[in-house]
Every structure is written in C-alpha cells, then in structure tokens.
Design a protein around this ligand. Structure first.
Ligand SMILES: *Cc1c(COP(=O)(O)O)cnc(C)c1O
Length: 350
C-alpha cells in the first residue's frame, strides 16, 4: 500500500493464476494447457510473419483472424470481437455489458476470475449454488438480474450444460446479456454460437489457449449480435487499439484453418480423458462427468490437499482450490498418455 495509489486499488482482490513452475521437468497438469503443440501450420505462419514488418503497428481490427473465425462459425465478421486472451475479452464484457443495477448471476462454483472482474468494475453479483450433483440448474437463473455468465462446460467441474438448457436460460432473461464462456467447448460440447442469430442477448466467448494450444499467444474471442460487439469495440478502442499483435493475427487465422490438426488433437485429449477417468475410478476416486480437457475428482478416504502435496513430491502438479464446497476435489488437466500415467503412478496405492 502506498499514498500514491488511486483509492480503489486498495480494495482490489486480484486473480491468482495456477503456478507456472520454473523447473522444466515437472509433469504440469494444473492449468489446462493442451499437451499437444499448436498446429504446425500456425507455427509456420508466425515464423513467416517474424520479419522487418514488426516495426509497423498491426491491423487494429485483426481482420484476417476475424474473417477466419467468421468463416469457421458461419457468422458475419462484425459479429466477432477479438482480444488479448479471452480474459481480456471477458474484462471488456463485464465493463461494457454487465454493469447494471441488478446483480450479475453466476454459479457459486465457477471461474474464479468472475468475482475479480466484479470487484474491478464495481458490479454486484449473486452466486447461484450448483445443485447437489454440481450441475447448473437453468430454473435457478430465472430471477431478476443484470446479466448472467457461466462457463460451458463449467470450470472447474468440467460438467456440460446441454444446448436446450442454455436456451432455457436465454429465454427466461430476454432483457439481460447472457454470456456463455466456452473456453472448453471443443472437448465434448456443442457451441451456442448456432443460437446467436436467434437471441440478441447471447454472447459466446472462446479462447485459443485450450483446444488450439496457443495459451502463450494470448488470443480470445466473442461472437454475438452486432450491437453487443459494438459495445466491446467501443471499450477496446478506448483502452488499447492494438490488443492483438502481428503473430496473433496470422497464427490464430492459420490455427482456425487447420481443422484436421484441431480434430486430431482434440480427439486424442478426449480419448486420454476417458482412459484416465477409468484409471482414477479404479483407485476409488469419484470423478464428475467431464466434457473438458480436465477432470474434477475426489477420493472418499484421502484429503485432497494431502494428495496434491504427495503428487508434487513425485513431480506432478495438479490444481487444488481452497473454496470450502470443493476443498476435497483435485482438478487434473489431461496430459499426454505418458503424463497421465505419471499421475497414476504418483498416486500409488491408495
Ligand atoms: C482458461 C479460461 C479462460 C481464459 O482463457 P485465456 O484466453 O487464456 O485468457 C476463460 N474462461 C475460462 C473458464 C477458462 O478456463
């Protein structure tokens, strides 16, 4: 704390990201990165872009990537918004579309950045409890609100909400923006982007960090009605005109165009997930049904923080949250078959 700070900084509670260890040898299953690298075509496109043109500013609208996303999802390019990671896209959404008199609704167990943005932008929120099975119940969101946001699949549970249930939430709150954060949708869900032309209150966000294995590049996007996108463009152009650099524009576009590599690597992750779930269940774990590139599991006889510490000693890191309702769960990212085996070996006999 310092006398030089703006008053509101004293009360900020920042997000704490999962550890990025400096030791290279660790089996890193704690931040849901993709174990397979980015598309070789995306890497080649970025290598070509690494030239003297870097002295010039990038395209402020990143039209190349916008068009690639619009083409991929069969929407208009003015229905697409891009940002420096979907975290930045979400920040602009909270600022520009979710700051209202009534409280914002999101699940009690959800992405822990949402309450942080509420603190940053002074937004009141109401955390809606997941049901006993850790599922979102659409009927719980049919109450007065200034907006709704939830990840689908949810994080850190991995549980998927079917598209007709998403639609039920949209129909019950036609006067609020409903944001579906689809960071993990490509690992087993169906995107709600198919609904944007029918629901002007729907905004879908996605990231290139997980299914497209470009967490280090920082690219995220939102798709929705042009009026919603215009609000985000206003904020972006009042904050940073160039959130995406030259590498992101060409690398992101090439990643969307390389469907073959995308399908192959998502398929491998899904296959490994099913195998890992079976192995953990054989060790007595209860595993929530996952449609993501991670699983959320608890053991009835072993304390989760002790298990996480034991795994760390074996060089395997997983994520443990202290929040009371989920304190006995571990969130485990899906790795390569070798990394998953290291996790199983590290758990030993339980
Ligand atoms: C990973 C994640 C994001 C952020 O992704 P970036 O594009 O890397 O900023 C957003 N929402 C959820 C639920 C996530 O898990």
């Amino acid at each position: 704390m310092s006398k030089f700070w703006s008053p509101f900084v004293r009360n900020l509670v920042p997000y704490v990201p999962g550890e990025q260890p400096k030791l290279a040898k660790l089996v890193k299953l704690n931040t849901n990165e993709n174990p397979y690298g980015p598309s070789p075509k995306a890497l080649a496109a970025m290598q070509t872009e690494l030239n003297d043109n870097l002295r010039l500013y990038p395209d402020p609208n990143s039209d190349l990537l916008k068009n690639a996303v619009a083409n991929y999802y069969s929407v208009q390019s003015n229905q697409v918004f891009l940002g420096n990671g979907s975290d930045e896209v979400l920040a602009h959404i909270f600022h520009g579309l979710l700051q209202h008199d009534k409280p914002l609704l999101f699940p009690d167990i959800s992405y822990s950045f949402y309450p942080v943005y509420c603190g940053l932008y002074g937004i009141q929120f109401d955390a809606v409890p997941l049901d006993e099975q850790f599922q979102i119940n659409p009927a719980d969101y049919a109450k007065p609100n200034g907006g709704i946001i939830f990840p689908n699949p949810n994080a850190p549970t991995g549980c998927l909400l079917a598209l007709d249930a998403v639609e039920q939430i949209l129909k019950a709150s036609p006067d609020s923006v409903v944001v579906v954060d689809e960071a993990y949708i490509d690992f087993g869900g169906e995107t709600a982007i198919s609904l944007v032309d029918r629901y002007p209150n729907l905004l879908v966000t996605q990231t290139l960090s997980k299914s497209r294995s470009l967490a280090g590049l920082r690219v995220g996007l939102a798709v929705g009605h042009v009026d919603l996108i215009e609000a985000l463009e206003r904020i972006k152009n009042s904050f940073n005109s160039y959130p995406l650099d030259r590498m992101s524009n060409v690398g992101g576009a090439a990643a969307f165009e390389d469907r073959e590599y995308f399908d192959k690597t998502c398929g491998l992750v899904i296959e490994s997930r099913e195998k890992l779930v079976a192995q953990l269940q054989a060790k007595g774990f209860e595993v929530l049904p996952s449609a993501a590139n991670f699983i959320f599991a608890r053991h009835p006889k072993h304390d989760a923080s002790e298990l996480a510490a034991k795994l760390r000693e074996q060089g395997v890191i997983v994520r443990h949250f202290k929040q009371e309702r989920i304190a006995q769960f571990l969130r485990i990212s899906i790795g390569t078959p070798e990394q998953n085996q290291a996790l199983i070996d590290g758990l030993g006999d339980l």
